[in-house]
Write a protein that binds this ligand. Structure first.
Ligand code: AMP
Ligand code: ZN
Length: 468
């Protein structure tokens, strides 16, 4: 059997995965808070842990893996968005229900387009409130939590290992973190397990009055309910390591001291865009949906191409999304698909590809093996390996099947239009032609020397008809 090695943030070492129960390998990954479309960075943990899920299923058998990823559907950000939409006097609760249902479906659609399998369970936080209340009661009974002014807080000093995952001491945290100082906290690092809710916001009856849970207790309660006191892998982005995962560990280990909660903690690094942090103010912020549909001047990027670009960087390294990578990735996949389409579905994935993934998800190495299979024209192995990585569905998608089209006539025409525009200072026709090409998924490069047209991954030759 293939040995799987994974880097464990908790021990800071690569470890052999030895499942607690080989008949049921269990993994929990923190999912999205549902109030807005997923941005491209949110896709990274989904793709990374989907690869691990596929590997676990391949090695242990599909019936011997349980993957849980939650939806956080109760949160201050959701409340704020609903109030923003309907105003203070409006039906905030109805709006919350609408936003969370809509955003959840968007998320599922976008991630399916990226080739991510659905986890075995996708619990919604609001369905596990009784379990959260029960866990908080246990923490209070054990001296790990206290009630103050309608809030219940976790006492970080009651857990000696607090800070171990991220390697911080409580004093360092206080000095470094922007913690919410509240008069009712015994220690500034104490965090909320439960807080009061006003009548117009979602709330549940509890021993501490009508209120709602804090974010961290949601994951502790849902993972316990669905995976038990001890399970194999817990994942998420490294921005969640502190405080979210640190707090999950404190809650779960104190409520269930007999268990070890999660054995292996895995964290993906962050995603950047064109070398910069993705942010709305820099104008380089976009959602997965924007990319799939095409946005501003950019042509659509097929989901497999997005996935392939993500695979080109190891998950523990910062990754840079660039339009250039999408173009190159699209060209490579188009070539591989044309080859692989000739194969059938009875081959096993190449051992080198499986082994690369089993070595802490070394996807760049897996891609090197795919190149080798393509050069060797080993079609059955190429096809099976692409499918194993979630890069190929049942048939070659339309964008990849599109025949190579000679664009030289369009280049000539654009070049002429450019010269006329420069002389007449009337750019209407030039802009029209350019926009039509971009809309068809063609990359337009214009310089004094000439015009170059490059079909992008979303290239659709049908959309060029009627242009000439
Ligand atoms: P959030 O909805 O902000 O809690 O994020 C959902 C998931 O996306 C978490 O696992 C985050 O760690 C991850 N995430 C958020 N931003 C990025 C980013 N820029 N790069 C990679 N992962 C991210
Ligand atoms: Zn979580």
């Amino acid at each position: 059997m293939t040995t799987i090695k994974l880097y464990n943030t908790r021990t800071r070492a690569k470890e052999v995965l030895e499942p607690l129960d080989p008949g049921n390998v269990r993994m929990y990954v923190c999912g999205p808070t549902v109030y807005d479309r997923a941005h491209l960075g949110n896709a990274r943990p989904v793709i990374v842990f989907d690869l691990l899920y596929r590997l676990l299923r391949h090695v242990h058998g599909p019936d011997h893996v349980t993957y849980v990823r939650n939806f956080t559907d109760v949160d201050d950000k959701i409340n704020a968005r609903a109030i923003e939409n309907v105003g203070k006097g409006g039906d905030v609760n109805a709006e919350i229900a609408r936003i969370t249902a809509e955003t959840t479906q968007w998320f599922l659609d976008d991630m399916a387009a990226l080739g991510a399998l659905e986890p075995d369970a996708m619990p919604r936080a609001t369905q596990y409130i009784p379990q959260m209340i029960a866990m908080i009661e246990e923490l209070i009974a054990g001296g790990h939590a206290y009630e103050a002014e309608g809030h219940v807080l976790f006492a970080v000093e009651s857990f000696k290992d607090y800070g171990k995952l991220s390697g911080r001491s409580v004093d360092d945290m206080i000095a470094g973190a922007r913690v919410e100082v509240a008069p009712y906290k015994r220690n500034p690092m104490d965090f909320v397990l439960w807080k009061p809710s006003s009548d117009d916001l979602p709330g549940w009856d509890s021993p501490w009055g009508r209120g709602r849970p804090g974010w961290h207790i949601e994951c502790s309660a849902m993972s316990h309910e669905l995976l038990g006191e001890s399970f194999d892998i817990h994942g998420g982005g490294n921005d969640l390591m502190f405080p979210h995962h640190e707090n999950e560990i404190a809650q779960s280990c104190c409520a269930h001291p007999e268990g070890d909660f999660a054995r292996i903690w895995m964290h993906n690094e962050m995603l950047q865009v064109e070398g910069k942090k993705m942010s709305k103010s820099l104008g380089n912020f976009f959602t997965v949906h924007d990319l799939l549909e095409g946005h501003d001047d950019a042509p659509p990027v097929p989901g497999e191409v997005i996935r392939f670009v993500f695979l080109s960087t190891h998950y523990r390294k910062p990754m840079d999304w660039t339009a250039q990578k999408a173009r190159e990735g699209g060209a490579t996949l188009r070539k591989w698909y044309a080859q692989a389409a000739q194969g059938r579905d009875d081959a096993a994935p190449c051992k080198a590809v499986v082994d690369a993934l089993a070595d802490d998800l070394n996807t760049p190495k897996a891609i090197t093996s795919l190149h080798r299979l393509s050069h060797a024209d080993d079609i059955p192995a190429l096809r099976a390996s692409l499918r194993f990585l979630g890069l190929m569905g049942d048939s070659v998608p339309r964008w990849a099947a599109a025949p190579e089209v000679d664009l030289s006539e369009h280049e000539k025409r654009l070049f002429e239009a450019r010269q006329i525009a420069m002389e007449s200072k009337d750019f209407t026709e030039l802009d029209r032609l350019k926009a039509a090409l971009v809309a068809a998924g063609v990359e337009v490069r214009m310089s004094k020397a000439g015009v170059e047209l490059i079909p992008g991954p979303g290239f659709d030759p049908a959309r060029l008809e009627g242009l000439s």
